[in-house]
Each structure stands twice: as C-alpha cells, then as structure tokens.
Design a protein around this ligand. Structure first.
Ligand SMILES: Nc1ncnc2c1ncn2[C@@H]1O[C@H](COP(=O)(O)OP(=O)(O)O)[C@@H](O)[C@H]1O
Ligand SMILES: [Mg+2]
Length: 399
C-alpha cells in the first residue's frame, strides 16, 4: 500500500495527474477516482484531454463530452468492489464550459446570448490557445463551488500543455490586470473618444490598425466582445485568484506520472521542477509500466528436451516448431530480465534525481492495455493493496 497516495485520496479536494503524453495519466486518474470512491468519498474524475481515453479506461464506450456519467455500483460489484460513495466522470466540453461560465457571470439572459453567439466567442472556443485550459479551470472551480463532490480528480493534458493549464488562472489575472486594460485603451483615451462609462474598445487605435493588417476583423471582434464582457471581468478575476489559491493550498495535490524510459522520465522531472517553481510541488512520482521481473525458467538440466517432448505429445506441435518455440522462450526470458534490470536502474536514477522532493511509486506493466474496470483494479491493487484487499474479496494476489 502506498501511504502517500492513499492519504491523498482520502484528504485532497483536488488531485491532478500530470506528466508527458502516453505515460498513463488518464489511467491513473481513473484509478485514483476509483480508490477514493471505494473509501467513501464522492468523486468526480474530470478529463481535460480531448482524447476519449477516460471513458475507454473505465470501459464506458462512447461518452458525450460535457455530460457527467455515473459509474454504476453494480458494474463494480462484478469485480468484488463495493462503492461507498458516488463515482462520476466527465470529459471537458470547452464551448459548453465557457458558455456556462458566461451565464454565471452575466445576469441578463439577453446579454448571455449575445456573448455566446458572438463570433469571437465561438472562435475562442474552437481554436484560441489556452481556451481549453481556461475552460477546464472554470469547470473545476464550478464543481468545487457546487460542493457535490468530496474529491475532483483532474486528468490534465500532456506535459507541454499542462503548464498552460496550471497557468490559466495566472494568465487570466494578467490579462485582466488593470494596467493591461489601460494600455489597450490608451490610444482611445488619449484621443478623447472614450468616456469613462462607455468603454468602446473597437475605436482604439491599436485595434483599428491591427485589424487592418489581420484582414479578418479579428481584433475588431475581440474589441466588441470585450465590450460585451466588461461587466463580467471583475467576477472572472476574483475566481481566477481564488482558484490560484486553491491550487497552491493543501486542498490540491499533484501526482506526477512517468514511465521508466529515458525521455519521458526526464520530461516528467522537468515538469515537476516547473510546478515546484509555481508553488505546486508534486507529492509523488508514479513510474508506470515498469517491466516486472521475469519468472524463473526451470533449473533442471535438460529441461528444454523435456519441454520439446511435451509440446509434441500434448500440444501436437511438430518437433522442429517445438524446438524453435523453446529457443524463443529462452531468448524472450533473457530479454525480459534485461529490461527489468534496466527499469530497476532507471528507477534508482529517478529516485536520485528526485532528491527527496517527492517519493516514487511503481506500477508494473500489465499484459494488456487498460480498457475496463478489471484493468484499473489490477493497477489499484498494486498501489493500494493489501489494506484494501481485506474488504475486496475477489482473489488477492498481493503477498
Ligand atoms: N500499467 C500499465 N500496463 C499496461 N498498459 C498500460 C498501463 N498503464 C497504462 N497503459 C496503457 O497505456 C496507454 C496510455 O495510457 P493513458 O492513461 O491514456 O496515458 P496518458 O493519459 O498519459 O496519455 C493506454 O493504452 C493504456 O491502456
Ligand atoms: Mg490522457
């Protein structure tokens, strides 16, 4: 049982899984959510990754973004698991989350519609860098405010986008910083065309000049959008500030995920350092997909001949094929030992590089991809058995 991780699942209000692409962040987020719900916490696992992987890991098939889906207790019972609180998942729908955020900020329905139907708003949802990250933050904040969950596990985008994600509240604060607005408005203010109450950004010099060059009225759109949105700015600023505090407080924890290969391990450590610089030090590094040690081959002399005979007699194999199979078995075994040894060395190196800033936990490579509760449960047991195994009757293999 990993005590650090167990403790995080029991006490954190927000858990972020972070790391390079393809290392198992989504899988781990689902495992942590499962663990928390089994221990009695109402849990939501939220994925920011546009890939449909979370639903896949939970064996849910097709799930529409933006919809909360409840994992049924009955499905888990088939695996000998007893949910003690609700377990839900949701995949971020950028447009929906941003539209909901607007509705929460703007009282008038007419104004809400004008903003949401504004071409800039629509474009922002589709392709503005950071919109997804910002929407995720809004969604997270909203979920925490609602208080329907004891824990929200956030599965973040791969490393290179993860920082955008964690910087989103900061960026909002910067953008909303009064000085920045003043700068944007300055030409118009100087020209005396803007009154204090009616801020008409579209008449700003910068906006007019740049939009001539962009040729797609982008900035003019932005300006009229900002005009519509001005009333909501203070609310947004406060929320961004609040969320930034939550992310830096004990209520949130960051779990780094890596695999024992050189490049992703380096990337994960770098990400860990950058998070630490933002006062969001990871609590743990989970090294996933470690090659398990090779099982022993028979030690008796001449076992190969014995195996060939059995393959021929009992499996109906031709003698030549049986010999080839035994040779391949020995070669595979040697290879597996080498890989396991290499992973052990890399783990030791990672441990040194972590320099005691956070402990390491390992998860073994499973025989198959994780596409259902059974797969998640195998990983959960690696991290949380044996204490939990007492209440989970289905065959425990942990010693
Ligand atoms: N311990 C494991 N053993 C075997 N396959 C795994 C393990 N952990 C994750 N996987 C597989 O690795 C792939 C990437 O995992 P995923 O959680 O989607 O990574 P990420 O979210 O970091 O991109 C998936 O196909 C998943 O089934
Ligand atoms: Mg993922």
């Amino acid at each position: 049982m990993n005590r650090v991780l167990d403790n995080l699942c029991r006490t954190s209000q927000v858990l972020f899984t972070v790391g390079p692409g393809g290392v198992g962040k989504t899988t781990l987020a689902a495992v942590l959510g499962l663990q928390a719900a089994l221990s009695g916490r109402r849990t939501l696992v939220m994925t920011v990754d546009p890939a449909l992987r979370l639903a896949d890991a939970l064996g849910l098939g097709k799930v529409r973004p933006g919809r909360r889906v409840t994992i049924s207790g009955r499905r888990l019972e088939r695996h000998g698991l007893q949910l003690r609180a609700g377990l839900e998942m949701v995949m971020l729908d950028t447009g929906r989350s941003l539209a909901a955020a607007v509705s929460r900020q703007v009282a008038s329905r007419k104004l809400q519609r004008r903003i949401v139907e504004h071409p800039f708003f629509q474009r922002m949802c589709e392709d503005l860098a950071g919109a997804r990250e910002y929407a995720a933050m809004e969604e997270l904040y909203h979920r925490l405010q609602r208080g329907e969950h004891d824990l929200v596990v956030v599965d973040t985008p791969p490393a290179n986008h993860a920082l955008d994600f964690f910087d989103a509240p900061e960026k909002v604060l910067q953008v909303l910083d009064r000085r920045a607005w003043r700068w944007l408005m300055r030409p118009a203010l100087l020209a005396g065309s803007v009154g204090r109450r009616t801020l008409d950004f579209s008449s700003g010099y910068i906006v007019r000049t740049l939009s001539r060059f962009t040729g797609m009225k982008f900035l003019a759109e932005l300006a009229s959008f900002v005009n519509l949105f001005a009333g909501a700015l203070e609310g947004l600023r406060q929320r961004a500030e609040h969320l930034r505090q939550i992310m830096r407080s004990d209520r949130s924890a960051f779990v780094l995920v890596a695999v024992p290969e050189h490049h992703p391990a380096e990337q994960a450590l770098r990400l860990g350092r950058r998070l630490a610089a933002r006062e969001m030090t990871p609590r743990l590094l989970v090294v996933n997909r470690c090659q398990p040690p090779a099982g022993a081959l028979p030690g008796s002399p001449g076992w190969q001949e014995g195996l060939v005979r059995r393959l021929v007699a009992e499996e109906g194999a031709g003698e030549a094929a049986a010999r080839r199979a035994v040779v391949a078995l020995e070669r595979g075994h040697r290879l597996q030992r080498r890989l396991a040894l290499r992973d052990r060395r890399r783990l030791a190196a990672l441990e040194r590089q972590a320099e005691g800033r956070f402990p390491l936990a390992t998860v073994a490579l499973l025989e198959q991809d994780v596409h259902d509760i059974a797969g998640l449960e195998q990983i959960r047991r690696q991290l949380f058995a044996p204490a939990e195994a007492r209440s989970a009757p289905a065959g425990r293999e942990e010693s």
